[in-house]
Design a protein around this ligand. Sequence first.
Ligand SMILES: Nc1ncnc2c1ncn2[C@@H]1O[C@H](COP(=O)(O)OP(=O)(O)OP(=O)(O)O)[C@@H](O)[C@H]1O
Ligand SMILES: [Mg+2]
Length: 225
Amino acid sequence: MKIKRISTGVKGLDEMVGGGFPYPSVALVAGGAGTGKTTFAMSFLTEGAENGEQGLFFTTLSEPTQWMLRYASQFDFINKDFFGDEIRYEDIGLLLQQEGYEELINHIDDKIAEIMPQRIVIDPITVVKDFYSEEYRTFLFELINLLKNWKAVTLLTGEVAPDEPYPSQVTYAVDTVILLNMIEEEGSRRKYLEVLKMRGTDHTTGKQPVSITTSDGVVVLKSRF
Ligand SMILES: Nc1ncnc2c1ncn2[C@@H]1O[C@H](COP(=O)(O)OP(=O)(O)OP(=O)(O)O)[C@@H](O)[C@H]1O
Ligand SMILES: [Mg+2]
């Protein structure tokens, strides 16, 4: 049986992964600071909105909608009219700081049930570790199981420290892991993308060069890294 897939929304990536993300599934986009994780997530939601799919963006950082709109205005590919409608924006930062992990999971589940999105983003998921230290693993396990029961593709973003290849606690539970990173070479930083895993998919392996542009956001280049 052929797996249903939806486009990632990132130029040059669908060709690497057999057409897109398996639908439904849970993916992790991990990388260091400023490697393009949020931009990747916005391409993913914009692609859906343009195809009539509902999007839901959870921020864990307590950033107000205004902040997201200002961020979005840097890029031509993001249509700001989608915000609040085709792309719903939900701040779960305060809940994360004040409540236990079970309340947070219930809240996420309730929001998904209310909005019924086909595309979900939680940006970034790794910050949760600072609040639920002991229970972080249990939280991730329960959250990812919950997300797998919805007819949606969820994209979690993960911050990684410079000495860490990827957030290992998240990677084992998700279907897809995509790394965004950069290498410093002769004084300049070269950005790359690597598909670490995508279940049920014969995907391209190895580092592919990427650029981040005002017009298209994250773009996977055809050249060799
Ligand atoms: N308009 C633009 N044109 C080209 N590149 C841009 C533009 N805006 C941002 N960038 C690049 O994108 C990077 C930020 O992307 P983004 O915010 O998606 O990264 P991130 O991985 O989410 O970062 P953080 O770790 O801060 O959450 C910047 O560091 C810069 O290199
Ligand atoms: Mg970000």
